[in-house]
Design a protein around this ligand. Structure first.
Ligand code: ISL
Ligand code: CA
Length: 533
């Protein structure tokens, strides 16, 4: 059995986890100081969002040096210390591998501005049309044009994300060699693997214009192409040498595309994050939210459980709003927080938790655009402004969906600074930290935190929860129920995604209920989660 099928993985967004030196910014020594917390939760591996040197246009997803640590986060010694200290606790470190693009501050890019430099072809450059027209009609992920003119080279460069994130040109074999060196550099330091950022768009087959789409015009020239699979097969050789684990973030992924990446016969990556279940409360684009319908969500989860042998199970990350207000209920905050915990920790696959999820953190309570930091939110605001969308409506769309919802500092304590910092935090702390914080939940057996710890321990104890087959029982308008089966062992999970009670006909002895009841007689209370043996 591969080790990564047996573990619980926890994502840290370093900027918002723990500040150790009073500058309002989370850092690596801060993470080290909180390793006990992770150990208590039963975390086996940390996915660390980028800590490399970066001008932070996209908070580290714009890397200017892959072999340096961002000084705001600490030093290389701190990073080595983290790998070491985590290792002593049996916790592995996974780095974020962002290789679709680099920051325009990276020296490769600076050199690339000179057509005679050996780095000239490290990026996609194009002179554009005769009349100053852009090289093609593609559109980017962050709602802007994806070409930027560089006055020094007098050409445009491609950037599918922010304008300071230039796409690397893998048609130049030297680029892949650079990446291989970087992988070895980190694997030699003892990291256990990588979360691979937007990994299915590395290869662009041509720069031709294409059919206009509502979003991502041009994507047929880079989505999940054979060139990308070829690159991954080459990287796989290095990963295999070190026994490294890889989980890919792949955009617009279908079950087939996922199997093409991590099917047993292909094994280009070990796992992929799918997005379909995160899109069931939207029309086409994430900015256009629609009412959350549990049935659509359940059907989607069942579909992926069936289509793939092994899924990456998650409900939150640094790009998504928090899960309780989204899939749960703020009115039944505690109950629904525990119910979502039950879902994540009892589906078949490798569970990923995102920092703050274990205490039920909610979305930001900002009221103005000015309080936001996220480059994507800012760009989208600009675009909407260009279309004369009134301010109120702009804010409504952005507030619900902004990535900053998940990026506010971790709420360790109730007081000012929330135990996160003694200074002014880089991004506002939610005022509900007086009510939602770890310190309070630690002393409370009935807290969301205690429930996460309990279920994580149960999962560790019961092989059926880790390895068992998934058998769907009910995916209705309210209730999601399924069984996990391994040999003679059977556990049934029933979840009521509703403010109203629900009746189910399931039998078995009650093992857990988030209502702490003694017996279960077939009625699920609002947002009740039960596990039956
Ligand atoms: O935010 C999104 C989904 O809600 C996506 O459009 C997201 O931008 C996409 O999934 C890619 O995300 C990754 O690469 C980006 C970075 O900004 C994100 O934080 C990262 O997770 C560019 O590196
Ligand atoms: Ca700091």
């Amino acid at each position: 059995m591969e080790w990564w099928k047996d573990v619980l993985i926890y994502q840290i967004y370093p900027r918002s986890f723990q500040d150790s030196n009073g500058d309002g910014i989370g850092d690596i020594p801060g993470i080290i100081s909180r390793l006990d917390h992770l150990q208590e939760l039963g975390v086996d591996a940390i996915w660390l969002s980028p800590v490399y040197k970066s001008p932070n246009a996209d908070n580290g997803y714009d890397i200017s040096d892959y072999r340096e640590i961002n000084p705001e986060y600490g030093t290389m010694e701190d990073m080595e210390e983290l790998i070491d200290q985590a290792g002593r606790r049996g916790i592995r470190i996974l780095m974020d591998l962002v290789i679709n693009h680099t920051s325009t501050e990276h020296y490769w890019f600076k050199e690339s501005r000179d057509k005679t430099s050996p780095y000239a072809d490290y990026y996609y450059w194009s002179p554009g049309g005769a009349d100053g027209a852009l090289p093609n009609n593609w559109t980017g992920f962050f709602g802007e044009d994806c070409w930027e003119f560089d006055p020094q080279r007098c050409e445009y460069y491609l950037h599918l994300f922010a304008r300071s994130q230039a796409d690397l040109n893998y048609h130049n074999p030297a680029v892949l060699e650079e990446i291989k060196d970087i992988l070895r550099f980190w694997l030699d330091k003892g990291v256990a693997g990588f979360r691979c950022d937007v990994i299915n768009i590395l290869w662009k087959d041509s720069l031709e214009s294409s059919k206009k789409r509502l979003a991502l015009t041009g994507s047929e020239h880079y989505l999940s192409l054979e060139g990308t699979h070829d690159i991954l097969r080459q990287l796989r050789e290095i990963w295999d040498e070190y026994g490294a684990f890889t989980v890919g973030e792949s955009v617009f992924v279908t079950p087939q595309r996922a199997r093409d990446l991590c099917g047993k016969d292909r094994r280009e990556l070990d796992l992929v994050f799918s997005f379909e279940h995160m899109e069931c409360d939207q029309y086409f684009l994430k900015w256009f939210k629609r009412k959350f319908r549990p049935k659509i969500f359940f059907d989607c989860l069942v579909k992926w459980q069936k289509e793939l042998d092994w899924n990456a199970i998650y409900l939150e990350n640094h790009d998504q709003p928090r899960s309780i207000p989204r899939f749960g209920s703020e009115k039944f905050w505690k109950e629904s927080g525990k119910l979502l915990a039950t879902l994540v920790l009892t589906l078949r696959g490798t569970p990923f938790l995102y920092q703050g999820q274990e205490i039920g953190m909610t979305n930001f309570d900002f009221t103005r655009m000015r309080q936001l930091n996220d480059v994507e939110s800012k760009n989208v605001d600009k675009v909407l402004r260009r279309f004369h969308v009134p301010q109120k409506l702009r804010w409504k769309l952005i507030a619900k969906t902004s990535r900053d919802n998940a990026r506010t500092p971790f709420q360790w304590e109730g007081g000012e600074g929330a135990g996160f910092t003694s200074a002014r935090p880089w991004l506002g702390i939610n005022h509900n930290c007086a009510a939602i914080n770890l310190a309070d939940q630690e002393g409370d057996e009935d807290s969301i935190w205690s429930w996460y710890k309990d279920l994580s321990a149960l999962r560790r104890e019961r092989e059926v929860l880790r390895q068992g087959e998934f058998v769907p029982l009910e995916a209705g308008r309210q209730v999601f129920a399924y069984r996990r089966e391994l040999g003679e062992e059977r556990l049934t999970v029933a979840l009521n995604f509703s403010d109203d009670p629900a009746q189910v006909s399931l039998d078995g002895q009650l093992l857990r209920s988030n209502y702490r009841r003694e017996r279960f007689e077939g009625i699920l209370q609002p947002w009740e989660a039960v596990i039956l043996e």
